[in-house]
Design a protein around this ligand. Sequence first.
Ligand code: ADP
Ligand code: MG
Ligand code: MG
Length: 252
Amino acid sequence: MSTLEIKDLHVSIETEQGTKEILKGVSLTINTGETHAIMGPNGSGKSTLASTIAGHPRYTVTSGSITLDGDDVLEMSVDERARAGLFLAMQYPVEVPGVTMTNFLRTAKTAIDGEAPSLRHWTKDVKTAMADLKIDPAFANRNVNEGFSGGEKKRVEILQLELFKPKFAILDETDSGLDVDALKVVSEGVNRAQEKNCMGTLLITHYTRILRYIKPQFVHVFVDGKIAEQGGPELADRLEDEGYDRYLKVQA
Ligand code: ADP
Ligand code: MG
Ligand code: MG
């Protein structure tokens, strides 16, 4: 088992008005095999948490820690984070002109594993994963994300997740812009990666819709840069009925 541990994390950004603290002491522990949902109103800092785990240079950690099995994630480069087993969707370029999907996936897989995958297994794995995700085989020879629709990009994101076999996936608003069919296919992909590879998942979402297909054991409500409440799946059901008003009133 592996553990991703976030302890009392404080994160700031520089704005024209000066330094602004966005995360105000976030603590969260995720083990492989577990699914955690972070839910919260817009502007509460959810994407900031995802970007900080991803190593986005814009975000400065002023105190606290992120460790993976005790290793300091904050000391790692973005590539090192991927090699350590973290999957962070936004670390991959939106479009890569002149690089086909096939080449991109194999190059990335080689970088993450430290060795090239055996060609025979790899070709089969890619074919199977693409079929599972209902991705047209022709995509293999298209340039990365070039002219892909929003839904196609999400499927390709999950394709990477199935092929790279990370220990932990941080999925920020993976449900946004997907119709119900695409949402189902994408969710099934996440669930497969979870079952097959015992992946730990941090599912960040504003809406409860995706939680019909991906079932979290733990739900954390994010308000104003902090976890305001923690619970099980029943908390997501309550948020679906009541929204976030309750938390925002307390704040005001
Ligand atoms: P969420 O994902 O929950 O909607 P964000 O993490 O995107 O929240 O944003 C949290 C707060 O930090 C918001 O007030 C947002 O305006 C601010 N913020 C986040 N990133 C930046 C940035 N790069 N520049 C300026 N403000 C930012
Ligand atoms: Mg955020
Ligand atoms: Mg966000």
